[in-house]
Design a protein around this ligand. Structure first.
Ligand code: N01
Length: 534
């Protein structure tokens, strides 16, 4: 499309993932007119793009879903404990259709820039299709893991076979059956896809720069009687989740680690392991803050790897060397470590044997050529800020968000940035976001922002801006909380450590969703303290 039409609306929303869809719904229910721009041809955000084999959510399906409509909660029946990508995408489509949200969305267009005009108190949003949208309020719901990183490896463009990113997996799939497949990257995407690919490929060579902790998902179908019980308990489950640390109803053991005898500790770690996935990071309180507890969890996890992987050297290579357990997101797998017992799977430890180049026939490491027909890149994202700053947000004085955030993102409540009035960023830096259930957390933020907009409009205001002092204090608080944990010790994407040149700053608010919700409640009760309205 090469349209130069300008659309006027009350609220422009960037992104039709879970947060963006709810923002459309919420805006409309308050009588505001929303226009949403979505780069993909359909709704779903990350769940549209990340359609690689084995893609599943690592939060239980019962929790990773909207809470705003009890009827939707009752009507949608999740089939498995951890939903697959196709089922989550179906759910997003169902929501879009059920509430007739699509008519507010322009699909297949990417927002390039947004400029604030102080006199008009409006944003002008421009897309790559030449469309401009004039809006009073602007919601950025671009996602935390939506700017994929293509590794800068010499010769990568010379590879003769198909190259597929897990993060933009082709809709028609990749035909790897009977082929030699090279996979670079062993984060959640690699860990989920490698076991599936290995079942059909002739050979899979896994290029691992950093090993990752992974806990089996123990996924299973949800039987009808269990489902019935879950649905009946939904209201209580949601209420508990909203006030929890991670946005789901699970809690760490109530007794401090130091007071639990050794054999009981092992039993509790085993219980945590059997719960599956990321929950293993929270068996004990302070597990990701206290080195002694963290170390006990690490030893337990390493014993599991040793017990599964037959070749002791491969088992050792699969154990992370420099990451306190849980300070990078623990992967949730289905048979990952077992895959390395297969004859058709080889692990290359890039710390011992780095890649020197990619050639048409495969990947060359210092030890030699690893032939491949297909190259799969599971190499991650410029997380949390990457998708925000690639849009050229320009404030009223020519100030630019990408420049303001060059030394790390400064926000008030993660939602607002001084110098950028009427712009609200959902699930970005400075909020629980990626550390909690993204659907519930996003819903809370969107709801809170729209209440604030309504309050401002009721008072006849057309401007809302975060005070610089409030943003400084909040950002300091976010950093201070992170410094009390081991999260700042590893090299995770939470810190931007995977992106060369990115300022190392722990970006999410680690105080927990419940504390965040309470804080937001207090700000609202104090008349939106820290914001200026005008
Ligand atoms: O990305 P990652 P991901 N040469 O950044 C490696 C969520 N998610 O897409 O660690 C060689 O974790 C890189 O190595 P290193 C979830 O929150 C959730 O897997 O930088 N290797 C790393 O091994 C997750 O945490 C689900 O040393 C290179 C890998 O690529 C987040 O998304 C599923 C390299 C990237 O791992 C991101 O996961 C999927 C290079 N040049 C994702 N560049 C679920 O819900 C990068 N790497 C289960």
């Amino acid at each position: 499309m090469t349209s130069h039409e300008t659309t006027g609306c009350d609220v422009a929303i960037i992104g039709a993932g879970f947060a963006g869809l709810y923002a459309i719904y919420k805006a409309r229910s308050l009588g505001l007119d929303p226009v949403c721009i979505e780069a993909a041809p359909d709704v779903g955000g990350v769940w549209y793009w990340n359609r690689y084999p084995g893609a599943r959510c690592d939060v239980e399906s019962i929790d990773y879903s909207y809470s705003f409509d009890p009827e939707l909660q009752r009507d949608w029946r999740w089939s498995e404990r951890y939903a697959t990508q196709p089922e989550i995408l179906d759910y997003a489509r169902h929501v879009a259709d059920r509430y007739r949200l699509r008519r507010h969305i322009h699909f297949g267009e990417r927002v390039l820039s947004a400029r604030f005009d102080e006199d008009a108190a409006r944003w002008t949003v421009t897309t790559d299709a030449g469309r401009t949208i004039s809006a009073r309020w602007l919601i950025s719901a671009v996602g935390s893991l939506s700017a994929p990183v293509r590794p800068d490896i010499p010769g990568i463009d010379s590879f003769a076979g198909e190259v597929a990113f897990t993060a933009t997996w082709p809709e028609q799939g990749v035909d790897y059956a009977g082929k030699r497949v090279a996979v670079i990257g062993t984060g959640s995407s690699g860990v989920q896809s490698i076991p599936i690919i290995a079942r059909e490929a002739a050979h899979v060579t896994v290029f691992q720069r950093s090993a990752n902790y992974s806990v089996p998902a123990l996924n299973r179908p949800i039987p009808d009687d269990e489902w019935q019980e879950l649905v009946e308990n939904y209201p209580a489950r949601r209420a508990k989740s909203l006030m929890s640390g991670g946005g789901s109803p699970h809690e760490a053991h109530p007794v401090p680690f130091a007071e639990v005898p050794e054999d009981e500790r092992q039993r509790l770690f085993e219980d945590g392991w059997q719960k599956g996935g990321v929950l293993f990071a929270k068996v004990f309180q302070n597990q990701t803050a206290d080195p002694e507890i963290n170390d006990a969890a690490r030893v337990f996890a390493e014993d599991k790897i040793r017990a599964i992987v037959k070749d002791p050297e491969v088992a050792r290579d699969l154990m992370p060397e420099d990451t306190p357990i849980g300070t990078k997101r623990i992967c949730t797998d289905s048979g990952y470590f077992q895959t390395f017992n297969r004859d058709n799977v080889t692990l290359v430890n890039l710390r011992r044997d780095p890649i020197t180049e990619i050639v048409p026939g495969g990947i060359v490491t210092e030890a030699g050529l690893h032939e491949a027909d297909i190259l799969i890149l599971a190499t991650g994202f410029d997380a949390i800020t990457g998708a925000v700053v690639r849009i050229d947000f320009e404030g009223p004085h020519g100030n630019r968000l990408a420049e303001d955030w060059a030394d790390g993102p400064e926000t008030y409540l993660g939602l607002a940035v001084p110098g950028f009035p009427n712009l609200f960023n959902i699930s970005g830096p400075g909020c629980p976001g990626v550390l909690a259930n993204m659907v519930l957390g996003g819903e809370h933020q969107v709801g809170w922002v729209f209440e604030m907009i309504r309050a401002a409009e009721a008072r006849g205001h057309r401007l809302i801006e975060a005070r610089a002092s409030a943003a400084r204090a909040w950002t300091d608080h976010v950093a201070e909380l992170a410094d009390r944990t081991l999260f700042t010790k590893g090299n995770s994407w939470y810190l931007g450590a995977n992106i060369e040149g990115k300022k190392r700053v722990f970006m999410p608010y680690i105080g927990g969703l419940g504390n965040y919700v309470t804080y937001c409640d207090q700000v609202r009760a104090a008349g939106y303290k820290g914001f200026v309205m005008g």
